[in-house]
Design a protein around this ligand. Sequence first.
Ligand code: PLP
Length: 446
Amino acid sequence: KADQVLTGEEIQDLDKDYVMHSWSKQGNKALAIEKADGIYFWDYQGKRYTDMSSLLVCTNLGHNNKEIINAIHEQVDKMAFMAPAYATEPKAKLAKMLVDIAGDNYSRVFFTNGGAEANENAIKMARMVTGKSKILSRYRSYHGASLGAANASGDPRRFAAESPAASGFIKFFDPYIYHEKIKFADEEEATNYYLHQLEEQIIYEGPNAIAAILLESITGANGVIIPPEGYLQGVRKLCDKYGILMICDEVMAGFGRTGKMFAFQHWGIEPDLITFAKGVTCGYVQLGGVIVSDKVSKYFEDNVLQCGLTYSGHTLACAAGVASVNYYFEHQILDHVNEVGQYLGEFLEGMKEKHPCVGDVRYIGLFSALELVKDKATREPLVPYGTPNNIMSTIMGKLKEKGFSTFGRENNINICPPLIITKEQLLETLPILDEVLTWVDQTYLF
Ligand code: PLP
């Protein structure tokens, strides 16, 4: 019955029998979660987990944030939803706030329900504005699960959407220096190498056929790959040179995660389109969107924007967005991230020194990953790319057993806690990671 209160066990059983879970074979028992607060959540046995990944890198302001919750309550009492054709206070306010955050040369926002739809619509806009069709994106990327976004994604989650593929999606290599066979003298040399490769590819693909280069400003799910100095500026220049639009996917890296509101702002560039989701509402209500530059916006003053969604600019979601964005500023979250992020960075460097299984650590703000290897000297990954195995899920399970919840792909463990985490909470939780890495050294390295 709908009003029956279920036990944790009953919830798990119902879920197991009726719910389809993402990216997995069906029929497994999922952990039932009863409540969440701050950086923690609890199961029905009362066991506490520290959320060291902000769930899927979205609960940037933690769980149960009263300011966001109150804004949702106030809005739902007034008007839960109004159709996209109408103007509403939360939608109008949030659009202006986002345009202001993006920089001087942005004009408007198209709202979606999440990150995949944001990229899907950015791709459509780029094709409409340029009249060209090819989209260049990178192998180590994830842009969402819908057809276009999945075909733009590089990681193996794209394969099911690639058969048959949507057309016009071309991949290039990431500046993944740690795994490059060439040993660069410095970042500048690496940047020049990758930009040269990209320019060659643009020429071979035909600049007159390429609508956009779509890239995560900092690769997230595929191992927090931070571009070398000059790389994003170089991509921007190539886009300008060849009449290609630049789309920065800020779905994961945006909203304070890296110590700036948007990650591309570390390099002083201005993409033509910015896609966002996750941290805009911290997941309290689902929301995403595309922030467009003056140039793109101008095009759609004379041409019809062929994009639309029943829930574009959902009233309740935008109210949650206004409260979240306010919170980032009123509580100086960026300063806090930059301060606490230093401790995280120092800790991760310590892990690299101490553990033979930690090949590389990459971090910026509270966005970080540890890359696990079999052999530090050869950099052989602990698990080969794209190969089914249960090693990483066992490691994640070990962490969870000890109350440390996070995720990772391939041979990476992502550490991306809520941005409100204190130094004390961080220092209290990270020793669990140290313990589990010792277990990894002893179990998988020989
Ligand atoms: N882009 C990036 C960089 C992401 O990390 C994700 C999701 O993790 C997406 C897009 C897709 O967002 P959504 O799951 O909201 O569709």
